[in-house]
Design a protein around this ligand. Structure first.
Ligand SMILES: [Zn+2]
Length: 389
């Protein structure tokens, strides 16, 4: 499924393919942020190619490797950067600039070459809590008078059917739900979306409740507190956070049932029995794959469930059907509240016009052609083809 690019992949990864191994001619790879669709394939890349990434992105990747058995990005020379750093590689200089996205430590790049300046947006938005970061990026991009703009277009669509809120609206609406019930409130969101974690954390604090999170998320927070720019609570110390431990094979919550990385939060343990007894004092982060826990938790009927993720792509979505079966079985109340990580199509139009590059390359989109409604400078791209700037 990966494009056949010579001199990119690790020798061992090519063993069973028809692409012959070549010594790398690529000097560096830059990662914009730690979402899977941007980092996962780094494991196929030749370890001789250095990988540049934000300091925060590195922490996310380490946390994923530590807590997941299928996640292994393999050996590379990782070089971290922050906004303001200029990285010189041969005669190219890359300037990473922070943006606001649904994961912290997201960056866009301004790439200065001897012939031309190229801007890559990464994934970004203007309705998050750190809109100012994306605005900084847009100003820097514009100021570089770019020849080319490589622009994401996730939400470029003729019609947007899904409901989307700003991050502040998600927090406010969640707060209304929690403030108006004396039952437990469940919420599910992408675990790496720290802004969303913070929204639910704030709601818990405002309502005098504790937020119950899975060990994986607690571990991620314990990594991210190493980054002083990220301002996240310490799950081992924060009195508003509890960590949910599932009952495992011994049936007694014995240390030895859990992975080493899981054990460090055991004195903050909330188990099913605790959650059952303290329902009105809790907001619980419960993702779809942990729904089996509801059998032990036995929530009161009418407990709200906030689905704080993208809506399903279609009505035939099986996971969505299964989710609703669970909620119906326990008589839970469904709420859809989400803020996207991406600009909407009107904002894309404004940003493309503002940056005013001579050429625009739409990427990360199913509707590249719609960019032609914004500007006549669009260059549509095909897989495995090269384009000159
Ligand atoms: Zn992303």
């Amino acid at each position: 499924m990966l494009p056949k690019i010579p001199g990119l992949y690790a020798e061992q990864q090519l063993a069973s393919t028809d692409l012959p191994y070549e010594e790398p001619e690529i000097d560096a790879i830059f990662l914009s942020h730690a979402h899977f669709d941007h980092v996962a394939h780094i494991c196929f890349v030749d370890p001789k190619i250095p990988v540049y990434l934000g300091a925060g992105t590195k922490l996310f990747m380490e946390s994923m490797e530590d807590t997941s058995s299928f996640c292994d990005y393999r050996e590379h020379e990782y070089k971290t950067f922050r906004t303001g750093k200029k990285i010189k590689i041969d005669n190219i200089t890359v300037e990473p600039i922070h943006t606001d996205h649904s994961i912290p430590a997201a960056y866009g790049f301004v790439i200065h070459t001897s012939d031309a300046t190229i801007v890559y947006t990464g994934d970004f938005r203007l309705h998050g809590t750190r809109k100012d970061l994306s605005e900084d990026f847009i100003q820097k991009a514009k100021g570089s008078s770019p020849d080319s703009l490589i622009c994401e277009g996730t939400r470029m669509a003729l019609q947007e059917k899904r409901k989307n809120f700003s991050e502040q609206q998600v927090e406010d609406k969640s707060n209304q739900i929690v403030a108006s019930t004396d039952k437990i409130v469940f919420a599910t969101h992408y675990s790496r979306d720290i802004d969303r974690f913070r929204s639910f954390y704030n709601v818990a604090v405002k309502n005098g409740r504790k937020l119950v999170i899975p060990p994986k998320n607690a571990y991620l927070l314990s990594k991210l507190i190493q980054d002083e720019h990220l301002d996240v609570p310490d799950p081992s110390k924060d009195k508003h956070i509890l960590v949910y431990y599932k009952r495992k094979k011994s049936g007694t919550y014995d240390d030895s049932d859990y992975y080493l990385w899981e054990r460090q939060f055991m004195d903050k343990m909330a188990n099913a029995e605790y959650v059952h007894k303290n329902q009105k004092k809790l907001i619980m982060d419960l993702d779809f794959f942990q729904f089996g826990e509801l059998i032990d938790i036995r929530p009161q009927r009418g407990s709200p469930f906030i689905h704080s993720m993208s809506e399903p792509f279609s009505e035939e979505d099986i996971e969505d059907e299964v989710l609703h079966n669970w909620l119906d079985h326990f008589g839970m109340q469904f709420h859809q509240l989400h803020a996207s990580g991406h600009l909407n199509k009107y904002q894309i139009g404004q940003v493309v016009k503002e940056i005013d590059a001579k050429k625009v390359f739409p990427v990360h989109t199913e509707n590249a052609k719609l960019f032609e409604k914004i500007t006549n400078r669009v260059q549509l791209v095909k897989r495995e083809k090269s384009y000159s700037v």
